[in-house]
Design a protein around this ligand. Structure first.
Ligand SMILES: [Zn+2]
Length: 388
């Protein structure tokens, strides 16, 4: 069964190379759409229909299902954007060395795109009708928090039973069973300008206020509980001899549970509502935009099924928690059985040294196709028992 994929390994690598060599940073619409076009053509060859959700600013989001789709209860999510700016692919194009593939976005997640495509191809070529039960979202803005695709994912999540998310497997091979959630806040601090030599008593320093807030916000961090609040960027002031009337702080927040996200949000709002420097005000923007993905009972069910599928062909599948966010949070939050990290094994993500383990490509592709096949059986059984 796995033979088909082994035979196609070179084609898979060639396609990964082609995709890696197209810059598709989240803000480079043309590149993302180019990646989309290549994938669209491949899915079309198998009779899949593509709904393109046009986007002016970011890459188009694609919703893909088969023309003979029956009951699309299995959602697959893979993003086409990367974190790398235009020019990176030219600077360090796709290359293979010592069993590893390198290049911008090779693991996160150009190789995952190809893994997904070939898992579907595998089902198609081996006449396993399971490909008729999938609905695929290829989005173009995951790396910046999915501002346009989140709604699409949430809408489709309402009608599916399972979600498999194609982020790469961790470097030890583990798939991802829980993730922290998080969000971003912006503090726009207003004070009153004055010359710091001539009339300092007339000024109210926005920077001083932001300094107090930075310390208070950082105190919300609790590494043991998985909470992190970090002011990552500050800006403010126009001249060294002026009391600054404005300052801005950009805050990154991570949480481990739904309960924490409510609690931290309340605390941030409360800290920003009371001035430490009299006369300042703060406009607070943002919020928690990715709920945490917790390993609850429903996700545990799907995880166990994937592990069984792995066992059936001699692959021991381990799972792990990771701090970073992904689109897996959205279906999971809406009650869909969700597992992430279904792509091939990769490491040094978002870094220059990003790599993908070539040996894991066929194995993870097979794991995915067999998981889809198994879930299809479950769906059919469920539908039948509902009909009774
Ligand atoms: Zn990713």
């Amino acid at each position: 069964m796995i033979e088909y994929l082994n035979k196609n390994l070179n084609d898979m690598l060639e396609l990964i190379g082609k995709l890696v060599n197209i810059d598709s940073g989240s803000k480079h619409k043309a590149g993302i759409d180019k990646v989309g076009k290549i994938l669209i053509d491949e899915y079309k060859k198998m009779g899949f229909t593509i709904e393109t959700q046009e986007n002016n600013k970011f890459g188009n989001n694609l919703i893909i299902k088969h023309e003979d789709a029956i009951d699309t209860k299995i959602l697959l999510i893979a993003h086409m954007d990367t974190v790398f700016p235009v020019g990176t692919a030219l600077e360090r194009p796709f290359k293979i060395k010592d069993g590893l593939a390198f290049g911008p976005g090779v693991a996160d997640m150009k190789a995952s795109q190809v893994t997904l495509l070939y898992a579907i191809k595998h089902l198609y070529e081996t006449n396993d009708d399971a490909y008729k039960n999938v609905i695929i979202i290829l989005n173009g803005d995951e790396e910046i928090g999915s501002p346009t695709s989140r709604k699409i994912i949430e809408n489709i999540s309402k009608s599916v039973d399972y979600a498999l998310v194609m982020e790469p497997a961790r470097k030890d091979g583990s798939i991802v069973s829980s993730r922290r959630g998080g969000g971003r806040y912006t503090l726009n601090v207003h004070g009153k300008a004055a010359h710091s030599g001539v009339a300092p008593e007339e000024g109210i320093s926005a920077i001083e206020e932001l300094a107090y807030k930075t310390i208070k916000l950082h105190k919300l961090t609790n590494h043991k509980k998985g909470i992190s609040v970090s002011v990552g960027i500050i800006a403010g002031g126009d001249a060294v001899n002026m009391i600054p009337d404005s300052a801005t702080g950009y805050v990154d927040v991570r949480v481990q549970s739904e309960e924490q996200s409510v609690e931290i949000n309340e605390k941030i709002e409360s800290i920003c509502s009371i001035p430490d420097v009299k006369g300042t005000t703060i406009d607070l923007e943002g919020g928690i935009n990715r709920p945490p993905m917790e390993l609850d009972e429903k996700n545990q069910k799907l995880l166990s099924l994937i592990k069984e599928v792995g066992d059936s062909f001699g692959l021991t599948v381990t799972d792990t928690h990771t701090g970073g966010g992904s689109d897996a949070s959205f279906p999971s939050h809406l009650g869909v059985e969700t597992v992430d990290g279904m792509g091939p094994i990769g490491g040094k993500l978002h870094n220059e040294g990003e790599y993908m383990e070539i040996d894991s490509l066929v194995e993870r592709c097979f794991l995915l196709s067999q998981t889809i096949s198994k879930l299809s059986e479950e769906t059919t059984i469920k539908t039948m028992s509902h009909a009774k």
